[in-house]
Structures are given as structure tokens and as C-alpha cells.
Design a protein around this ligand. Structure first.
Ligand SMILES: O=C(O)c1ccccc1N[C@@H]1O[C@H](COP(=O)(O)O)[C@@H](O)[C@H]1O
Length: 214
């Protein structure tokens, strides 16, 4: 069985980046979305990059980004993937992948089984799907709000490309989420924070341990 991939998302400081790496995270997420309490500018990303070893992936999380915004982030040379977390169409996902030359992940907002079935449209366009909970109507953010969906919706669903699970994961439920879904990758943000946008070193450590019990 291959190793579980763990993405700690919404990082912004050297201390918490270091903690995620030490805890065994395989992927680090950096949110570039002005409305988010986790927003980081390209310059912050550039400054954090040197402390991240090459084997750890660096993923920018964006919501319906413009090409200009993408160009500025990609020019930092700090990234290894782009995560699109808005209403980007399969055509837009494919165009971003072709133009910027990085793997592109598509977040799929899930409330019902139909949402999961609709994700098939991204096969051939996205390099990875990330099944996340749909946030409430009118919410300020499309992710990062600690909302989970019914994990049993993923049972028995054939998924033809790499994928991950996010949305409301935390220290107390991550093992159950993996058991129910068989997710090869998990992604967490607010579940390892002490307040919105403030990552907790202790929670990052505990989450990674809970996800990979000995
Ligand atoms: O974290 C954010 O602020 C954010 C903003 C805009 C789009 C996505 C965002 N985060 C992503 O949402 C998932 C789930 O978050 P949570 O664990 O439920 O808090 C997170 O892993 C990010 O990929």
C-alpha cells in the first residue's frame, strides 16, 4: 500500500511550515485569496520557499484566478501545483494547466452524490481532484471553514485520477474519514488552527499522528 499523502493547508509562517514538514506532511498549501484569513502574497511565498525541502510539494490554493495572478505566483518558482477552489470549468482548468506548466488540482464542492458524479467532467483536464464540503450559501469562503460532507458518498465511486479528501477534517475524525473513504490523500486547514488563520504547531503534529497511527 502506498504512503498516505498529507496536505497541511493555509500555512504562512516559517514556524508552522517547519512543523508541518517535521510532522511528515507531503504537501504544503498556501492560500492566495484576499478574503481568506490565510491569504499570503507572492513575496511571502518566495520567502518561505528556501526552507522547504524538494521532496515536499508546494500547492497554491486559488479561487477563479486571473492569468495575471497565476503568472505572478508561478514566477516565484516556489510552487509545484495549483489548486483551483472556485467554479472553474474543465476548459479553464485545462487551459491553466497548459499555460502555466504545473499540475492542476480541482476542488469539487460536495453536498450530494450528484456533485461527486459531476467531477467526472474534470478527467483529462485536472491532475488531481480534491473532494471538499460545499460551504453554506453566502459563505465568505468556498473552503477552509471546517465544514464536512457525508463521507459515505464516496464509497464505491470509481475515481480515475489521483484524488484527495478535505473539509472539516481534524485530529478526532481523520482516522475515521480515511477508513470510510479510503482516501489516498487528506487535506486540512482550520482543523489544525487555534483561531482562523493561526496554525497550531501542536495540532499539526497531532493531526499527522492521528492520520498515520503506528
Ligand atoms: O483555507 C482557506 O482559507 C481557503 C480559502 C479559499 C478556498 C479554499 C480554502 N481552503 C481549502 O479548503 C479546504 C478545507 O478546509 P478545512 O480543513 O475544512 O478548514 C482546505 O484544506 C483548503 O484546501
Amino acid at each position: 500500500m502506498s504512503r498516505l499523502a498529507i496536505k497541511i493547508c493555509g500555512l504562512s509562517t516559517p514556524e508552522t511550515v517547519g512543523a508541518a514538514i517535521a510532522a511528515g506532511a507531503t504537501h504544503l498549501g498556501f492560500v492566495h485569496f484576499a478574503k481568506s484569513p490565510r491569504h499570503v502574497e507572492a513575496e511571502q511565498l518566495r520567502a518561505l520557499a528556501p526552507i522547504i525541502p524538494a521532496h515536499v510539494e508546494r500547492v497554491a490554493v486559488l479561487v477563479e484566478p486571473t492569468d495575471e495572478m497565476l503568472g505572478e505566483l508561478v514566477a516565484t518558482n516556489a510552487l509545484t501545483a495549483l489548486q483551483l477552489h472556485g467554479r472553474e470549468s474543465p476548459e479553464r482548468v485545462a487551459a491553466i494547466r497548459q499555460r502555466f506548466g504545473l499540475p492542476v488540482w480541482k476542488a469539487i464542492s460536495v453536498k450530494t452524490r450528484a456533485d461527486i458524479d459531476a467531477a467526472k467532467a474534470y478527467a483529462g483536464a485536472a491532475d488531481r481532484l480534491l473532494f471538499d464540503a460545499k460551504t453554506p450559501d453566502g459563505a465568505a469562503l468556498p473552503g477552509g471553514m471546517g465544514v464536512r460532507f457525508d463521507w459515505t458518498l464516496l464509497r464505491g465511486v470509481p475515481i480515475s485520477i489521483p484524488w484527495g479528501l478535505s473539509g472539516g477534517l481534524g485530529i478526532d475524525n481523520v482516522a475515521e474519514a480515511i477508513r470510510i473513504t479510503g482516501a489516498p490523500m487528506i487535506d486540512v486547514s482550520s482543523g489544525v488552527e487555534s483561531a482562523p488563520g493561526i496554525k497550531s504547531v501542536d495540532k499539526i503534529m497531532a493531526f499527522c499522528k492521528a492520520a498515520q497511527p503506528l
